[in-house]
Write a protein that binds this ligand. Structure first.
Ligand SMILES: [Zn+2]
Length: 384
């Protein structure tokens, strides 16, 4: 049936047998992940794509078409590569289809089974579009997560530890060519070990030097049914005197000065950072932001007070930042910048594996403190 519709569309446009015009980009891959209350669709391209927002179409029983979402992608050629569509069948989405809508435009169509809302994000490195479709699944998959409550409102069992950057992406490079990706991995491993010591389950997005996309990082978190997401980074600044630690959480009202940092951590130019590109999932964020804020405060507090006095880093505070890795995480999530690679004395410390292990241990103590607060809140049954 899907094949027939696509063929009809292509015949109507007289595209069968038409030569591909020059100068168009290609669809590199189509991927999807199914989670408790949403499905993530990622379409990757070999160049940036322009799009006008996602449209929603009601079901058309006469034409045997389900309710669907569609998005037009300008300057792309797909020809008949995806004419049969990608079957999903997870109780939320039926299928993902891509067809040549005009000579220079591809239409992405998502056939829906259920739907409540969606969000769309455009990302770079590689160029891709992420569509999250939310809804209550039909059939046997309608059960909610193992703990019976959404992440953020249940006791904390599993912590997802995300060492920033890796592989082809070294992150910031500091004094003496010190690479951020090495610092983050060491701190993250120490954090994970200490968390296990407190009795938490730990899932790492990476444990070696490999390249990961943002949605791969968050896919680990979701599939592990993580309760918290901690992304570890190290900072850089044009002013070499700047030093200290800061912890970010996602909030709709991010601070203006966080944009430059977010651009670097997101791997795209500052002008393209707009965390609310198109979202109807704001309610979800409003629910998670206060949890993330509390987590950020607990972690930052331990980072700046937990170490012996002469090792204590400067307290740059808890801040709001538009980080995509936080935006894509459907659980309380923070991003910690453990120090500046561009400051002479801090860079020296960040080369010291013993110091990095200590930072990891303090991060874990902060998570544990937050977990205790959460238990108290849940036991009291009061405002969470
Ligand atoms: Zn970073």
């Amino acid at each position: 049936m899907k094949l027939r519709l696509t063929l009809l569309l292509m015949c109507a446009l007289g595209l069968l047998g038409v030569e591909r015009p020059p100068g168009l980009g290609d669809v590199v891959d189509v991927r999807h992940w199914s989670y408790d209350d949403y499905t993530r669709v990622v379409v990757e391209f070999d160049r940036p794509v322009q799009t006008e927002g996602l449209q929603r179409l009601a079901a058309d029983p006469g034409a045997d078409r389900p309710e669907r979402l569609y998005l037009d992608l300008e300057g792309i050629w797909v020809g008949r590569s995806y004419s049969e569509g990608v079957a999903v069948g997870d109780g939320l989405l039926q299928a993902i289809r891509l067809g040549q809508n005009t000579l220079r435009r591809v239409r992405l169509v998502i056939d829906l089974e259920r739907y409540s809302h969606h969000r769309v994000l455009t990302l770079a490195h590689p160029h891709r579009i992420v569509v999250d479709v939310y809804g209550k699944r039909g059939g046997a998959e309608a059960e909610i997560g193992a703990a019976g409550l959404p992440a953020g409102l249940r006791p904390i069992r599993t912590v997802v530890v995300d060492p920033g950057h890796g592989g082809r992406d070294p992150g910031a490079i500091g004094i003496g060519r010190l690479q951020e990706k090495k610092v983050t991995l060491r701190v993250a491993k120490a954090l994970g070990r200490a968390l296990e010591g407190y009795g938490f389950q730990v899932v790492y997005t990476r444990q070696d030097d490999r390249t990961l996309t943002l949605e791969e990082r968050t896919a680990f978190a979701e599939s592990a049914e993580g309760d918290l997401f901690i992304s570890v980074h190290a900072n850089a600044a044009p002013r070499r005197s700047v030093h200290g630690v800061e912890t970010y959480y996602l909030d709709q009202n991010h601070e203006r000065h966080a944009l430059n940092l977010a651009a670097r951590e997101n791997g795209i130019p500052r002008g393209q950072v707009n965390v609310l590109q198109e979202t109807l999932a704001k309610l979800h964020m409003e629910e998670l932001s206060p949890r993330s804020h509390q987590l950020a405060q607990a972690v930052q507090k331990r980072l700046v007070t937990g170490l012996p006095r002469k090792l204590r880093p400067e307290d740059l505070g808890v801040k709001k930042g538009p980080f995509y890795v936080l935006f894509l995480s459907n659980m309380p999530a923070i991003l910690v910048e453990v120090g500046f690679l561009t400051n002479k004395s801090e860079a020296k410390r960040l080369r010291d594996t013993d110091y990095l292990d200590r930072l990891g241990a303090q991060l874990a103590a902060g998570v544990n403190a937050y977990s205790d607060e959460q238990k108290t809140r849940l036991a009291a049954g009061g405002p969470r």
